[in-house]
Structures are given as structure tokens and as C-alpha cells.
Write a protein that binds this ligand. Structure first.
Ligand code: AMP
Length: 181
């Protein structure tokens, strides 16, 4: 199954992706995690990405898309994947469509995690990641509204909306039920 997970920062995409990955038997591919791993290892990609991430801004699309394309080419992603954090713009969505077309595939769905803004702010502040301070959170929510939310319309015919407030288990159960349809 080839799925994109969409939703504002702090919507719980990463938490849900980890569970779904296990249940569906496809890898969880998080661009944020890939960037953070590169930063941790001090790679050139990590050095390039760090200033954007620290500021809550998007890493340039060419860098991000290249990283995603090489990750999707790995053997474990051949039969499917859960993309978490990519695409984040309509331009990235078009690049993803191009990557999939090359291998004769398409997305099975785009799972949209719906959470109120005050809830995501609370979750992010509780999480305490390096880029989870109030100013960066505000910037990231602005980026989400302006650049990422348009993907909801872009993917209108494959979108799977999930009410994503509640316990981790509840949200997972709703998602599994929606995917079975
Ligand atoms: P996340 O872990 O998904 O919240 O991502 C953390 C940060 O990584 C974001 O605030 C961006 O700076 C960067 N990032 C992750 N995915 C992308 C993407 N698809 N395009 C550009 N920047 C990204």
C-alpha cells in the first residue's frame, strides 16, 4: 500500500505511522526523521537542512525531493510505503507523482489527520523537540496553512479524512477502519 500521511505538525502523524507501518508491513518514511538523522551524523545534507529546520521553514524542494527519491528506490519500499512529511507543497506532490509514474505506480490514498490548532500546539510543546519552541511552532503552522493545506484539495479524489483527536489507539482504529473500505 502506498500512502501519504497529511496533517499539521503535531497531528500525531509519526506516532500513527509507526503503528500503521507495523500493521500494514510497509516502511514508515519520514522526511523530518531523515533530516534529523543526517543532522545527527553531520552529513552535508544535514548541514544544509539544519538552518531551515531550526527556523521552522521548509528545506528547499530540490534537496528534499532528491532525498525522498533515493529512499523510495530502496528495496523495502518496493511494495509500498507510508510517506510522513512529504509532500508538503503542491510542487512536491507533482514531483512525487512523477517519481511514482516512472515505476508505474500511483498512490492508494492520502490519509488526512484532522486536529484543531490549539491541540497541535499543546502536543508540540509537550514533545519538546529542538524545533518545538513557540516561535518555530507558529512559523510551522503558518507554513502548513499556506503551503501544505492546499494539498487537501489537490488530492481531493484520494483523500481519507480521519478525526485525529483522542487516544493513539482510537485514532489508529479509525484509520485502519477507513483504510479497509
Ligand atoms: P517534521 O518532522 O515532519 O515535523 O519535519 C521537521 C522539519 O523538517 C520541517 O519543519 C521542515 O523544516 C523539514 N521538512 C520535513 N519535511 C519536509 C519537506 N517535505 N519539505 C521541506 N522541508 C521539510
Amino acid at each position: 500500500m502506498r500512502l501519504v500521511l497529511l496533517g499539521p505538525p503535531g497531528a500525531g502523524k509519526g506516532t500513527q505511522a509507526a503503528i500503521l507501518s507495523e500493521k500494514l508491513g510497509v516502511p514508515h518514511i519520514s522526511t523530518g526523521d531523515l533530516f534529523r538523522a543526517n543532522i545527527g551524523e553531520g552529513t552535508p545534507l544535514g548541514l544544509e537542512a539544519k538552518s531551515y529546520i531550526d527556523a521552522g521553514k521548509l528545506v528547499p524542494t530540490d534537496v528534499t525531493a532528491r532525498m525522498v527519491e533515493s529512499r523510495l528506490a530502496e528495496a523495502d519500499a518496493r511494495e509500498g510505503f507510508l510517506l510522513d512529511g512529504f509532500p508538503r507543497t503542491v510542487e512536491q506532490a507533482e514531483l512525487l507523482a512523477g517519481m511514482l509514474e516512472k515505476s508505474g505506480h500511483e498512490l492508494d490514498g492520502v490519509v488526512q489527520f484532522k486536529v484543531a490548532e490549539d491541540v497541535v500546539v499543546e502536543r508540540m510543546l509537550a514533545r519538546g523537540r529542538a524545533d518545538d519552541n513557540e516561535e518555530t511552532i507558529r512559523t510551522r503552522l503558518g507554513v502548513y496553512r499556506d503551503e501544505t493545506a492546499p494539498l487537501i484539495d489537490h488530492y481531493a479524489d484520494v483523500i481519507i479524512p480521519i478525526e485525529a483527536e483522542g487516544s493513539v489507539e482510537e485514532i489508529n482504529a479509525r484509520t485502519m477502519a477507513a483504510l479497509e473500505k
